[in-house]
Design a protein around this ligand. Sequence first.
Ligand SMILES: NC(=O)c1ccc[n+]([C@@H]2O[C@H](COP(=O)([O-])OP(=O)(O)OC[C@H]3O[C@@H](n4cnc5c(N)ncnc54)[C@H](OP(=O)(O)O)[C@@H]3O)[C@@H](O)[C@H]2O)c1
Length: 356
Amino acid sequence: MKKVALLGATGSIGAQALEIISAHPELELVAAASGSQPIDGLAPLTQVGGDLTELLERAGPDVVLNAVVGFAGLPATMWALEHGVDLALANKESLVAAGELALDAKRRGGGRILPVDSEHSAAFQCLEERPLETVDSLVLTASGGPFRGRSRADLGSVTPAEALAHPTWNMGPKITIDSATLMNKGLELIEAHFLFGLPYDRIEVTIHPTSIVHALVRFRDGAALAHLGYPDMRVPISFALTYPHRAATPIPALDLSQGLILEFFPPDEDAFPCLALARAAGEAGRTVPCILNAANEVAVAAFLDGRLPFLGIPEVVERTLNAIEGPAARDLEELTAVDEEARRVASAQTRALVHR
Ligand SMILES: NC(=O)c1ccc[n+]([C@@H]2O[C@H](COP(=O)([O-])OP(=O)(O)OC[C@H]3O[C@@H](n4cnc5c(N)ncnc54)[C@H](OP(=O)(O)O)[C@@H]3O)[C@@H](O)[C@H]2O)c1
């Protein structure tokens, strides 16, 4: 039996995780948490909001599936890493924001991170802990979102409803907007850097509209391994929860008789500047990715509320990055202070942009 704590149980990942857990008798849901929606009776231990590490202490899980959205997932990520408990990580924002601090905690705790993000699950499987010197580069694929092919000029007046209509993945609102701006791929770039230890110049992003290839690793001998499958988050969720056994799922095997379109294009960084902003933030290091993430959370919430235009998202992020230096953080307290400062600046920049 593997005892699972599911954080973010009411979300898109949470619902799919519940389906996987209920299909596998060897997975026992011992604890569940949400941010505000009631979840009474979902698991023996439940918690709505508050400090999720208290729930984890009581539950003593073998694996924490962190499917909370945003920086709010950070304490649970750090708890699992410090305690050497397997971390099935959907909450990419925590790794992006905490970076080196999270890796230090992982080294101290001695546990594993099992990526749930589909691209990172794919890369994890292609890499299989092979020595990094055998790896030439990692390629993360992006569907391109609902606005793929549009120019910057075409994006000025797009609405939240249009941005929420993702072509290949059905996800929660924040990540769906991040997919539309390509910030999601930017966050994933930083996530991949910390997960796999590859420098940024060896991680590439490509637009692949059908989302069949999730990641591809090129090796130094000229071979490349890719991970293919229908876009369905139950596959990486199941892989992470049942690792290393690769349990069966109800997802059909890839059907080649129907034809597969495997096309790849370079991303349009003029129309979607978030990707380049994220790459630069990752390369800068220190708390710059934390600032990027915080500003993005503020800007995305403002866009969803109808307070900020779509192109205001990269603008708020860029202005916030320019306004704060991004010092190194020695601990979570210092990191949280930087996050809060970035949120204050991003909120002010949002108001300034709207009243321009
Ligand atoms: N959806 C996908 O296909 C997908 C794919 C890859 C990675 N991810 C990542 O997985 C994470 C979750 O995404 P999602 O699409 O499932 O989001 P979602 O549908 O918006 O769900 C978010 C979940 O987080 C909970 N939550 C929010 N704030 C919380 C807090 N302070 N404490 C405890 N729980 C809190 C929510 O609870 P309430 O319902 O009570 O607010 C909800 O259960 C994100 O980091 C995302 O980037 C998602």
